[in-house]
Design a binder for this molecule. Structure first.
Ligand SMILES: [Ca+2]
Ligand SMILES: [Ca+2]
Length: 279
């Protein structure tokens, strides 16, 4: 198996305080990089092969030159520890143009971690978005869309424990925060999250917002999230993930989320499933 590390959440972490309204937007309309616009950067490029640009309103991240690259842009704020009646929304518009042909998994991601270090990591491929981390298997929280096109995403959570993901305005899937995120929390991150995979992605913007009151649509969503939460008492099938420092994360609560999300998964189109092999 090819050496792969998921580096979104590595190393130890700080705690949180009460929530506040929060808004952070990255849009490279003025040719600036995320770290120049209030985002932290967590990255490595030991072979000096990373190529970035911020031109024509688009942030282009090209990590195809080396399997050693990861490059994440992070927002950390106590505001993400939501108070009662608050909600977190993460919106972004982007296109993943290329991932490794041999791999079923994209290294392009958006990830959200709560103050208890549980997290959701969304992997963005040219033709789908998925949330599962299933070595050698196909993702179960999966949503197909038109390839070779830019898509608009919206991640919504009312409690930093359950979430719903919309793509181009349609509900893609929902699930629960799980596992253990290392490093500082609560946090929102985007970029290339995996050592051992390569990709090319273009980001139109990324926006993180904490709203004081749920919007109308979210009130409807809340009933669905309550349904998801009701599955939490079910058994969890353990599964391990390995991180940059070699530490094993806590048992993976995928089984719980699969139960919760099965009803919102779209049927798989024939012949379009990525290969479930790893090298
Ligand atoms: Ca833009
Ligand atoms: Ca990578």
């Amino acid at each position: 198996m090819r050496y792969v590390l998921i580096v979104t959440f590595v190393l130890a972490a700080a705690a949180t305080a009460a929530a506040d309204p929060f808004y952070l937007r990255y849009d490279p309309d003025e040719g600036r990089f995320p770290e120049q616009e209030g985002w932290g950067r967590y990255w490595d490029d030991p072979e000096d092969k990373l190529v970035r640009s911020a031109e024509n309103g688009v942030f282009r991240l090209d990590t195809r030159g080396s399997y050693s690259i990861f490059d994440l842009y992070e927002a950390v704020s106590p505001a993400f520890a939501l108070g009662a009646s608050e909600e977190l929304r993460v919106r972004w518009e982007m296109e993943t143009l290329q991932t490794d042909q041999w791999s079923h998994r994209s290294d392009v991601c958006v990830a959200i971690a709560n103050e208890s270090h549980a997290f959701v990591q969304l992997f963005l491929a040219p033709s789908y978005v998925s949330e599962d981390e299933l070595p050698g298997g196909e993702p179960e929280r999966l949503y197909w869309f038109e390839p070779a096109a830019r898509h608009a995403y919206e991640f919504i959570t009312l409690d930093m424990e359950t979430y719903a993901l919309y793509v181009d305005g349609a509900l893609a899937f929902g699930g629960v925060f799980h596992d253990y995120a290392w490093r500082e929390v609560p946090r929102v991150a985007f970029g290339d999250a995996i050592i051992g995979r390569t990709s090319l992605s273009e980001w139109e913007y990324v926006e993180v917002e904490v709203l004081p009151e749920p919007a109308t649509r979210v009130l409807v969503l809340a009933s669905g999230i309550a349904l998801i939460a009701s599955y939490r008492s079910h058994g969890i099938r353990g599964q391990h993930m390995y991180f940059l420092d070699g530490c094993r994360a806590a048992g993976y609560s995928a089984g719980m989320a699969r139960l919760a999300c099965s009803r919102v998964l779209r049927p798989r189109p024939p012949g379009r499933m990525p290969k479930a092999t790893e090298k």
